[in-house]
Design a protein around this ligand. Structure first.
Ligand code: THU
Length: 172
């Protein structure tokens, strides 16, 4: 999925990565399944508990068995105790359906009191978590995200969001 090319200089090689996202001008251009997922992620923003940031995030994970598992961000007065929507969805999916392949993860965000969706890409910790499950299942997880001005961006694999990722393969 990731394309590497190398450029040799005198003493070292420069490694160049080609990373790409697919972008849709509007949600209506998405394939039906992905549109359904982003709409459910949008709906899940309403279930967020985000009194501190007022940034409401909703997520859904689509599993190979057809189940759709929801998540929303859950904040805490002691901030590190909260959790992002993506990880709430992924951990719930893995806990309820252990070992079941996760095919897609859709994520949406909104400001409190507004129906306008905000641009969002998963934070670093969520990328690492997506990466763990993708490596475990050895199949890509597609990530569907709100883009700028109503556009939708799709990463076909976590490799597009987290190159040079650390995984359990490094522990061997
Ligand atoms: N948040 C998520 O739920 N997902 C992300 O990918 C980025 C950030 C949440 C965490 C916190 O509750 C709020 O958004 C503001 O950072």
């Amino acid at each position: 999925m990731l394309y590497y090319s190398t450029l040799t200089t005198l003493m070292s090689k420069k490694i160049k990565l080609d990373i790409f996202l697919e972008e849709y001008d509007s949600d209506t251009q998405l394939p039906a399944e992905s549109l359904m997922l982003i709409n459910q992620a949008r709906d899940n923003c309403k279930k967020a508990y985000a009194p501190y940031s007022n940034f409401l995030v909703g997520a859904v994970a689509l599993l190979e068995n057809g189940e759709i598992v929801s998540g929303s961000n859950q904040e805490n007065a002691a901030s590190p105790s909260g959790l992002c929507a993506e990880r709430v969805a992924l951990f719930a999916a893995a806990a309820r359906y252990p070992g079941t392949v996760i095919k897609k993860l859709a994520v949406s965000a909104a400001k409190q009191g507004q129906n306008i969706y905000q641009t969002i890409t998963p934070c670093g910790c969520c990328r690492q978590t997506i990466s763990e499950y993708q490596t475990r299942q050895n199949q890509p997880i597609e990530i569907i995200m709100e883009g700028h001005g109503g556009r939708i961006q799709v990463a076909r694999s976590i490799d597009m969001l987290l190159p040079f990722k650390f995984s359990f393969r490094h522990l061997d």
